[in-house]
Design a protein around this ligand. Structure first.
Ligand code: SF4
Ligand code: SF4
Length: 313
C-alpha cells in the first residue's frame, strides 16, 4: 500500500482511506458486525485511516474495529453551525470513538464562501480545539468548486475532501476542469486533498482502472476514500491500487454484482435528470422514478442532479 503525506504539513497515511459510509446503517448494506469484520480486514491489509461522519451513525462500529490500534487515524465531520454544536460534535466523537485526541475533524459538505460564513462560529471552535490538542487536523468536505476555493482560504485549514472523478459526476456548481483548477489552487497553498466518489457513486465501476488512474494523475491529490462493504471489495480495490491483475472470479463477484439506479428520498422532483436520460427511463411521480427495464445504468443522470440523489448501487 502506497503511503502519502496529506499536503505540505499534513498527516502520513495510506493512499486509500476506508470510506465507512458503505458499512454504516445509513446505507444498510451490511450488519454492524459484518461491517466491523470488513473494516478490520482492510486495516490488516494496510489501510491506515477511516473516513466517517456524524450522520453515518457508526462511531461505535469503528471503535470496535480499531480497538487496540491507536495508530489508525479517523476522519469525521459534522454539519455544526454554532460553537456549541461543534463542541458537542467533538465530544460525541471523542467519547464514542474512545479517543482523547481526534485525528481529523471536518465541516461536512460546504458549498461556498457563503455556507462557510454561516458555519464560521463552528470553524472558530474547531480552530480552538486544534490549538488545545483536541484535534490534530481540520478541514472541510465539499461537492462544490466554490467550496474548495473558499475552504482553501480558511485560516488554519489542513485538508479538503472534495468530490472528484474523471467524469466530474456530482460536482454541484461547475465543470470538472473548474474543479481541477480549484484543487490546484488549494494544493499550491500546501493543503492536503483526498478525493471522494472516485467511482462516481457507482456510475464509473465499469472502468475502475481508469477511475483510479485519473485521481493518481492529479498532482495536488494525495489520497482517496473508497467505500467497501465486503472482503471481496477490499481485495479487489487493493489489487487495483497495487496495479495487479484482479482474478476473474473476484472480478465477477465485485464488478458484476447486480446493480440498480438508487434514487434518494430527498429528491426534489425538479425533473432535471429526465432531460439527461436518452433512454427515457426516468419519470416524475412526485419524486423521480426509474424504469429498470429501460435503464442502461449509463450514469448520465447522476451528473445533472443538483442534490446528488442518483447513484448506481
Ligand atoms: S435531478 Fe435529482 S432532484 Fe431533480 S428529479 Fe432528478 S433525482 Fe430528483
Ligand atoms: S442511468 Fe442512464 S439510462 Fe438509467 S436513468 Fe440514468 S441516464 Fe437513464
Amino acid at each position: 500500500m502506497r503511503q502519502v503525506k496529506l499536503g505540505l504539513w499534513g498527516a502520513d497515511v495510506s493512499e486509500v482511506c476506508f470510506g465507512s459510509l458503505a458499512i454504516s446503517p445509513l446505507q444498510g448494506r451490511v450488519t454492524e458486525t459484518e461491517g466491523i469484520s470488513v473494516l478490520r480486514y482492510a486495516l490488516e491489509r494496510g489501510v491506515s485511516w477511516i473516513d466517517t461522519a456524524e450522520i453515518y451513525d457508526n462511531y461505535e462500529q469503528i471503535a470496535a474495529a480499531i480497538k487496540g490500534h491507536p495508530e489508525i487515524q479517523i476522519v469525521s465531520k459534522s454539519y455544526s453551525v454554532s460553537a456549541e454544536e461543534m463542541r458537542l460534535s467533538l465530544e460525541r466523537a471523542r467519547t464514542a470513538l474512545n479517543r482523547d485526541t481526534l485525528d481529523f475533524f471536518l465541516l461536512h459538505e460546504q458549498e461556498s464562501a457563503f455556507t462557510l460564513k454561516g458555519h464560521s462560529r463552528a470553524w472558530e471552535e474547531l480552530q480552538r480545539a486544534k490549538e488545545k490538542g483536541i484535534v490534530r487536523w481540520i478541514g472541510i468536505s465539499t461537492h462544490a468548486v466554490a467550496g474548495v476555493r473558499a475552504g482553501a482560504l480558511l485560516p488554519g485549514l489542513d485538508v479538503i475532501h472534495p468530490i472528484l472523478n474523471y467524469q466530474g459526476l456530482g460536482i454541484i456548481d461547475g465543470t470538472l476542469s473548474e474543479m481541477l483548477e480549484a484543487i490546484s489552487f488549494a494544493s499550491d497553498l500546501g493543503i492536503g486533498i483526498y478525493a471522494m466518489k472516485v467511482f462516481g457513486g457507482g456510475h464509473l465501476t465499469h472502468d475502475p482502472e481508469k477511475a483510479v488512474a485519473f485521481i493518481r494523475s492529479i498532482s495536488g491529490v494525495q489520497g482517496m476514500a473508497l467505500g467497501m462493504s465486503s472482503r471481496e471489495e477490499v481485495d479487489y480495490n487493493l489489487l487495483l491500487m497495487a496495479g495487479k491483475k484482479v482474478p476473474r472470479e473476484l472480478q465477477e463477484k465485485v464488478k458484476h454484482r447486480k446493480r440498480k439506479l438508487y434514487i434518494a428520498d430527498w429528491c426534489q422532483g425538479c425533473g432535471l435528470c429526465l432531460e439527461a436520460c436518452q433512454q427515457g427511463a426516468l419519470s416524475i411521480e412526485k419524486i423521480a422514478v426509474v424504469n429498470a427495464e429501460t435503464c442502461v445504468l449509463c450514469g448520465y443522470c447522476g451528473r445533472v442532479c443538483p442534490h446528488f440523489c442518483l447513484k448506481i448501487v
